[in-house]
Design a protein around this ligand. Structure first.
Ligand SMILES: [Zn+2]
Ligand SMILES: [Zn+2]
Length: 150
């Protein structure tokens, strides 16, 4: 997948962390959504295997689903607004009458993240934040932003 866009609102947990999955080893970790967006590089490194890829390749299926729901809700609202405009353009006596109907009920945003046992750490090299499993941290991890081994 390409075309990672910084315009996407990354769905994130209550601490503002978004989930990522390594395209090489499927390792899951979390990064602060705002720090990922601030990051100047389009590439990040997997904390587990240390390989890098475009950020878009790390986006999880659940995040894509959540983004799709956001997009569908936005499209439904746009359609409804369009029909509302048409409704206003109705002329009395005309054979064509537009009816907008009731507003769409938005699908609830997906709850992406429940409780997890990930530990939040501050990366000493880049001064950013990462959430990984405690065990992984003990084994040694790579910084997702610069690829340094910590
Ligand atoms: Zn990996
Ligand atoms: Zn770093």
């Amino acid at each position: 997948m390409s075309g990672w866009s910084k315009k996407i609102a990354l769905p994130n947990d209550s601490d503002g962390f978004a989930s990522f999955e390594c395209p090489h080893c499927e390792y899951r970790f979390k990064l602060s959504a705002s720090e990922v967006i601030e990051n100047e590089s389009e590439e990040i490194f997997c904390p587990s295997c240390g390989l890098s890829s475009e950020i878009g390749n790390f986006i999880t299926k659940q995040m894509l689903e959540a983004a799709q729901i956001q997009a569908i809700n936005m499209a439904q609202e746009a359609f409804h607004a369009m029909f509302k405009d048409l409704e206003r353009s109705n002329k009395p006596g005309s054979s064509v009458q537009w009816k907008a109907g009731s507003p769409p009920i938005p699908e609830p945003d997906k709850v992406l993240f429940g409780q997890d046992d990930l530990e939040e750490i501050q990366l000493p090299c880049c001064n950013k934040h990462l959430k990984v499993e405690t065990l992984e941290m003990q084994l040694g991890i790579y910084c997702p932003y610069c690829g340094n081994q910590i």
